[in-house]
Ligand binder design. Structure first.
Ligand SMILES: [Zn+2]
Ligand SMILES: [Zn+2]
Length: 347
C-alpha cells in the first residue's frame, strides 16, 4: 500500500509498505477513506517532535472503514465507518479513568499514531485500543463532516470544556488557524456573551468574519485595548491561546482580567517566559495543552444534529498519490488553504 513516511529530519516521502496486521486482540485495522494534514505533521517533519520515529507512516487525522478487528474489540465491527482518534488510550489506567487520556500510561497511550507508530496518511492503519480510539460515524454524517473529529475538533472541544465558559463571559481566542476555528465553533456552543478572535492574517480574519458574523475579529495590535473595552471587567473572562508564538503567549495573559482562566492550547517551538512579577496579583489560572480526546461520540452527535460544521475548513482536496503537493500547499499556506482533505481511495 502507499504510505507517506517520515524518512529523516526535513523529509517525508511516499513509500510502498505492507498492509499492517493486527498485533494485539484490542487492535483494529482501518481502511482509510479520507485523511488530512496537521501542523503537528509539519512539526515532525522539522524535527521538533522528539518522540517521532523515522520510518513511521505519518498522519493522525483520518476517517475510514473498519476492515478487521481483534478478538477483544467490542464497540465496533468490520464494515463500520469510523472516526479515528489522534490518541490511543487504554481506558483503564488512573489517567484514563479520570478522562485524562492524553496521559494514558499504556506504552501505546497518548499521541502515538503517526508519531511513534504508523499513522493514517496511508491506505490502511492499525489502531491499538480500538474500543477507545474509534468512534462509529452516524449515517447522516459524511466523511468530510467527520474528518476533524479525532484531532483538531477534539482539541477545540476539549479547550472550550476546560475553559469553563459561562454565558456572562467575554471569551478571547487567539489564533484563527484550523484549531483556532474549531475552538471557536466549540466555544460558540456555550453561548458566551461575546467572542473575540485575534488573528494577524488578513485572509484568515476575513474567513472568520464571513463565516461567523457574530464574532468580533481583531488584529494583535488592537487586541488588548479592544478586549478591555468590550469586557465587563477590564479584560477577557476566558482567554484561549491557539496561535503558539512568543508574542501571542504574552498577549494571552495581558488580555485576561484578574482571576481569569487562560487556556494554552498551542504547541510552542520553544520555552515561553512567564513574567510572574508583572502578573502578580492578577491571580490567573493557567491550563496547558495536550488534548484529552475522549469526547468524540458527543462531537459526532453534535455534527449529526447540525450544531457543528467544519466542512468550510476543507479548502483543498487531493488523492493520496498527490500528497506531496498537498503538503506543499499546506506548509506554505498557498491559495488560501486552511485544511486539505486527502482521499485514500485506490480507485
Ligand atoms: Zn494534529
Ligand atoms: Zn490509560
Amino acid at each position: 500500500m502507499l504510505a507517506y513516511t517520515y524518512i529523516e529530519r526535513g523529509r517525508f516521502a511516499l513509500t510502498e509498505k505492507n498492509v499492517p496486521t493486527l498485533k494485539d486482540p484490542r487492535d483494529a485495522l482501518v481502511r482509510v477513506t479520507l485523511g488530512s494534514i496537521c501542523t503537528s505533521d509539519l512539526h515532525i517533519k522539522h524535527g521538533s517532535v522528539p518522540s517521532a520515529i523515522p520510518g513511521i507512516t505519518v498522519g493522525h487525522e483520518m476517517v475510514g472503514i473498519v476492515e478487521k478487528t481483534g478478538a477483544a474489540v467490542h464497540t465496533i465491527k468490520p464494515g463500520d465507518r469510523v472516526a479515528v482518534n489522534v490518541e490511543t488510550f487504554c481506558g483503564e489506567c488512573f489517567f484514563c479513568r479520570h478522562g485524562y487520556v492524553n496521559n494514558c500510561t499504556d506504552p501505546d497511550g497518548g499521541w502515538a499514531l503517526g508519531c511513534r507508530i504508523d499513522g493514517g496518511q496511508a491506505e490502511y492503519v492499525r489502531v491499538p485500543h480500538a474500543d477507545q480510539g474509534l468512534t462509529r460515524i452516524p449515517d447522516n454524517v459524511t466523511d468530510e463532516q467527520a474528518l476533524f473529529v479525532g484531532d483538531i475538533l477534539a482539541t477545540g472541544f476539549w479547550a472550550a470544556r476546560i475553559s469553563e465558559i459561562t454565558p456572562n463571559d467575554t471569551v478571547l481566542i487567539i489564533g484563527a488557524g484550523p484549531t483556532g476555528i474549531c475552538t471557536l465553533l466549540c466555544a460558540m456552543l456555550r453561548q458566551p456573551r461575546r467572542i473575540i478572535v485575534c488573528e494577524k492574517s488578513k485572509e484568515r480574519a476575513r474567513f472568520v468574519r464571513s463565516h461567523y458574523p457574530t464574532v468580533d475579529v481583531v488584529c494583535p495590535e488592537e487586541c488588548k485595548a479592544f478586549t478591555a473595552r468590550h469586557s465587563t471587567h477590564g479584560g477577557a473572562d476566558v482567554v484561549i491561546e491557539v496561535a503558539g508564538a512568543d508574542d501571542t503567549f504574552q498577549l494571552a495573559w495581558q488580555c485576561a482580567r484578574p482571576n481569569a482562566i487562560v487556556t494554552i492550547v498551542a504547541l510552542y517551538d520553544r520555552p515561553q517566559l512567564l513574567p510572574l512579577p508583572d502578573m502578580y496579583g492578577k491571580n490567573l489560572t493557567f491550563k496547558t495543552g495536550g488534548v484529552d480526546g475522549c469526547d468524540c461520540a458527543e462531537i459526532l452527535s453534535l455534527i449529526a444534529q447540525g450544531k457543528i460544521d467544519t466542512t468550510p475548513l476543507i479548502t483543498h482536496r487531493f488523492p493520496l498519490r498527490e500528497i506531496e503537493e498537498a503538503y506543499r500547499i499546506f506548509e506554505n499556506r498557498l491559495n488560501g488553504v486552511i485544511k486539505v482533505a486527502v482521499s485514500t481511495q485506490t480507485t
